[in-house]
Ligand binder design. Sequence first.
Ligand SMILES: Cc1cc2nc3c(=O)[nH]c(=O)nc-3n(C[C@H](O)[C@H](O)[C@H](O)COP(=O)(O)O)c2cc1C
Length: 296
Amino acid sequence: MFGSLILKNPVLVASGTFGYAREMEGVVDLSRLGGIIPKTVTLTPRPGNIPPRTVETASGLLNSIGLDNDGIDEFLYNKLPYFKTLDTKIILSIAAKNTEECLIFGEKLGLVTGIDAVELNLSCPNVSGGVDFATDPKLCEKIVSTFRHVTLLPVLVKLSPNIGNIGDVACGAEQGGADGISAINTCLGLAVDWRQRRSRLGNGFGGLSGPAIKPIALRCVRQIFKAVKIPILGIGGIETIDDAMEFFVTGASAVQIGTANFYNPTATTQLLNALPIALSELGAKNVAEIIGTLEL
Ligand SMILES: Cc1cc2nc3c(=O)[nH]c(=O)nc-3n(C[C@H](O)[C@H](O)[C@H](O)COP(=O)(O)O)c2cc1C
């Protein structure tokens, strides 16, 4: 439970890796998901970064999409009607450049129904000016509390691993009134074409995701678990039931599947099918019984 957000199960799909869900309806039974977090929207449309925008690396994917999206208005009036037909929780991911933008987002969201919670994306490494809120606990507290005061919806705060102690920033989010922490976004990286002496991405640096970042994500979840009382959504390299169970015992109350959706689109369903047996191996009836039980 994240504030007043109650999920039917703890398996969700991560922002930016599941499109706007309609693309996946032929492959995944969307009603089985605990929740869907669509691609982050900004206040005004963004064209995103110049291509190439993705490159495969060892056990990972490096991307520099740059928050390509059509803006909040287009989402609310053209995409939200479809989401409203789905029997799962819809968590809108938004990225605000400053507190003024937060206020406008709050006003717009107050005029619609069909959104169950908001995930504040404070952590996209590919957008200049967008990452500051996730690096400084005080700035994080300020933006979260600003948004907290303009919405009644549960607020999740998505954090970046590209900082010192993520637990400190999570504390800022908690102080600001967050109902949960989503961790982590991608890890800042670089892929190089040495013959051309260029980055393999059009925009230079990118965000690394997939199995390569799972140990970093687990470390972050543990640090956050020790630092705050609000629940955590674990993200980073999760594909299998073993991955998910590692996150639960480390401290996550739910998990989001990201890059795995690209190479194994039914990963969420497989994971959900395997969950009861994995829990019974630990003598547990539900995920709540095992959250954070890691001895560390
Ligand atoms: C192609 C791509 C696009 C992404 N776009 C977003 C986004 O718009 N908003 C966001 O909060 N995270 C975005 N992410 C980050 C994921 O939601 C997730 O936090 C990250 O990839 C780590 O999880 P994973 O290793 O399971 O992919 C994106 C990731 C990828 C690979």
